[in-house]
Design a protein. Structure first.
Length: 109
């Protein structure tokens, strides 16, 4: 198996060798495991944070249901309109009563 298959496409074997040599020169052979451990922990923490953010974004929110909210608003409006209409007096009955009041004295005379 070649290293180019195992390594990411953007880092060649030569570049990785240069990075390892520089890290040995800068940190020394005794500090490299500590630095690698710290980098690994940092990458794990970053991956966990991104997974948490993805999960929160992808999880549907149970409290927010726009269709249900709209249906409730429509039903509430419908109930209010029905109450308003049933509370209105009957116009036919009012006209008849008014006419009876006006015609009544005329009929008596």
């Amino acid at each position: 198996m070649s290293f180019s298959v195992v390594l990411p496409a953007f880092i060649s074997f030569e570049e990785l060798t240069v990075i390892l040599i520089l890290s040995v020169i800068i940190f020394g052979p005794k500090k490299i495991p500590e630095v690698a451990r710290g980098l690994g922990e940092g990458l794990r923490a970053m991956k966990k944070a991104t997974d948490d953010i993805k999960r929160e974004i992808m999880t549907p929110m149970d409290d927010i249901n726009p269709v249900k909210d709209i249906q409730e608003t429509i039903q509430k409006s419908k109930d209010e309109i029905t109450e308003s209409v049933t509370a209105l007096p009957d116009p036919k009955k009012e006209i008849e009563e008014t006419l009876d009041d006006v015609i009544g004295p005329i009929k008596r005379n």
